[in-house]
Design a protein around this ligand. Structure first.
Ligand SMILES: C[S@@+](CC[C@H](N)C(=O)[O-])C[C@H]1O[C@@H](n2cnc3c(N)ncnc32)[C@H](O)[C@@H]1O
Length: 306
């Protein structure tokens, strides 16, 4: 039974790879998947089309100019398709949809959470951070901050901290910056690569990386950990929240579903095979905890070694 199922699943996986390799079929599959995602989101009360429409009607060129660093060179691995957006994270389409997409995707983490799944995921991470990060950090860096969801959430947990959000996508940062102006929040937005931020040594007590590592090749992850080590003060902390490769959810996932997932996440294999604990130790961190914070996510808190 198991062998038959594995065989069928592998065949389905080959079939999906074949379909995805043919551009018109790929585009059709992408369109269908998008429509299903939007319908599912709206069914649970996430106003996908309304929110995206409202964002589209704003004048974004001036927001972009406020945050964009025109001198920045993008690493090659970043200039690829992510999440079925052809231009990956470097597009307005992705920037306008990333928040509603997060609500839709995270709705499936816990059976009853619905649209509250995203909030619950962030709270579960913060719960672990607060247990291990002491004293409360004064200066925080949110690496891979995207449109600011993780940054605003950190600001709520640590209202007295000065927070910087850094990301490679100027489109995401433009939305983040616009949102912080709307809510009169004093956050520093930085258009930079996490592996070479250009920030001074030892200027943060906590660096947080929420759902970025699975989007990185292993070489980039290593460079980013070294950069974080440089940016942290003695005794400073690194918090990482991401997919848990050891979770039963991924172990039991049919091969063809994993194939579909990998078609939207180009570095997932590298992320799943990285020994993150050893990589952190090699970079000069000691592990404070590695804990499951959802059925398919894990939180790592690491501290600069003495
Ligand atoms: C899945 S999103 C993270 C979302 C965000 N932290 C949140 O909680 O909603 C990953 C982010 O990492 C950013 N990113 C990927 N590689 C990066 C790098 N090398 N330097 C800076 N940002 C990067 C992407 O642009 C994207 O915004």
């Amino acid at each position: 039974m198991n062998t038959a199922w594995n065989h069928t699943s592998t065949l389905a996986s080959h079939l999906i790879n074949g379909i995805l390799a043919v551009k018109p079929l790929y585009n059709l599959a992408r369109h269908q998947a998008r429509q299903m995602m939007i319908a599912r989101a709206e069914k649970i009360g996430v106003p996908w089309r309304k929110q995206v429409q409202a964002l589209r009607s704003h004048d974004w060129e001036s927001e972009l100019a406020k945050v964009q660093n025109p001198q920045l060179c993008y690493p090659d691995y970043y200039l690829t398709s992510f999440h079925a957006y052809e231009k990956g994270n470097l597009s307005w389409d992705a920037a306008f949809e990333v928040e509603v997409a997060a609500y839709a995707v995270h709705a499936g983490i816990w059976p009853d959470a619905g649209a509250q799944g995203d909030l619950k995921l962030r709270q579960s991470y913060h719960h672990i951070l607060k247990q291990h990060v002491s004293p409360p950090p004064q200066d925080i860096l949110d690496l891979g901050c995207s449109v600011g969801m993780s940054t605003f959430a950190l600001q709520q947990v640590y209202p007295h901290a000065q927070i910087t959000g850094a990301d490679l996508s100027p489109y995401f940062l433009a939305v983040a910056s616009y949102r912080s102006q709307q809510h009169h929040q004093n956050i520093n937005w930085l258009h930079t690569a996490a592996e070479a931020t250009g920030l001074p040594d030892a200027c943060f007590d906590l660096v947080s990386i929420f759902l970025m590592c699975h989007e990185l090749p292993q070489s980039a992850t290593r460079q980013i950990f070294a950069e974080v080590r440089r940016l942290l003060r003695p005794g400073g902390y690194l918090g990482i929240m991401d997919m848990n490769p050891k979770s039963e959810v991924y172990k039991k996932m049919p091969a063809y579903v994993l194939t579909l997932l990998k078609s939207t996440e180009p570095y997932l294999d590298e992320y799943f095979s990285l020994d993150i604990e050893q990589t952190l130790k090699d970079t000069g961190f000691q592990i404070a905890t590695i804990a499951c914070n959802s059925p398919r996510h894990r939180t790592i808190v690491a501290r600069v070694s003495d």
